[in-house]
Design a protein around this ligand. Structure first.
Ligand code: 1BO
Length: 270
């Protein structure tokens, strides 16, 4: 399985995303993914599905050390006590005693990030999390961290052909930060881009496989989500072939730059 180095760990290059998955659909989809071979599951406190993910992990019969588990603390819970309480509750819900990666889900300028990071470091010292990172951080948010003397090892952001965050990727590379792409298929929209359809037919691969392969070729983790066996399996097999550089460039050159997720509280462009 393709992995990327992440601090002292190795993170599987493809994970199973669970945003918007709830109830039995969540448990069944995660269990299907684990049966197919996924070993990296991505969730978050705000998704409200930790218990369902935990049941699937337990029912899979897999050893904890064979799994990579990421979760996230929501932006309103970034004060020290809340981070600690949230992480401990998340562990109970997931029926596990550690998370491989715990992310600050969204920056919050009203809470001093140093306080949040101290709490995360405390969780790390207690072996409740193996490492921490961030999500939805732009360059300016990360520069603030660096000014305070610390740097996240992972930044999970929206990234897909019609939202190719080229500058953020360059900044991440320059600072040795691994990116993870959420909504890698552009919530389905990018599957219909003409460049993707053309390459899908050229390589005999699905549109989703072309996109996931393109993202992975940039050394970015992908966390697609699906609820049906075939697409879950197809996504998992998306990294098993090579797209020629000139074809990868065609996707790079797509001229759309459209962010899909921009809630009221985000300050991407302050
Ligand atoms: C609101 C959640 C976005 C993706 O993690």
């Amino acid at each position: 399985m393709k992995t990327f180095k992440l601090g002292n760990q190795h993170i599987p290059a493809i994970g199973f995303g669970t945003w918007k998955l709830t109830s039995i659909v969540c448990t069944d989809s995660v269990k299907m993914a684990l049966d197919i071979g996924y070993r990296h599951i991505d969730t978050a406190d705000i998704y409200g599905n930790h218990k369902e993910v935990g049941i699937a992990l337990k029912n899979s019969g897999l050893k904890r050390e064979d799994l990579f588990l990421t979760s996230k603390v929501w932006y309103t819970n970034l004060k020290r006590e809340k981070v600690i309480d949230c992480a401990k509750r998340n562990l109970d819900e997931l029926q596990t005693n550690y998370m491989n990666l715990y992310l600050i889900h969204w920056p919050n300028r009203n809470i001093d990030i140093r306080e949040t990071v101290e709490a995360l470091e405390e969780l790390k010292r207690e072996n409740l999390i193996m490492d921490w990172g961030v999500s939805n951080f732009n360059e300016h948010h990360i520069k603030d961290c660096v000014d305070f003397g610390f740097k996240p090892i992972n930044n999970q952001v929206e990234f897909h052909p019609s939202f190719y965050q080229r500058d953020l990727k360059q900044f991440a590379d320059d600072n040795n930060i691994l990116l993870t792409a959420y909504s890698p298929l552009g919530q389905g929209y990018d599957l219909n881009l003409p460049e993707i359809i053309e390459l899908s037919s050229k390589y005999g691969k699905s549109a989703a496989q072309i996109i996931l392969n393109w993202i992975s070729s940039k050394n970015i983790v992908v966390i697609p989500k699906a609820t049906i066996y075939e697409p879950i399996k197809e996504n998992f097999e998306s990294l098993n072939f090579t797209i020629e550089q000139e074809d990868l460039n065609k996707i790079d050159d797509i001229k759309i730059n459209k962010r899909l997720l921009e809630p009221d509280f985000s300050d991407f462009n302050y």
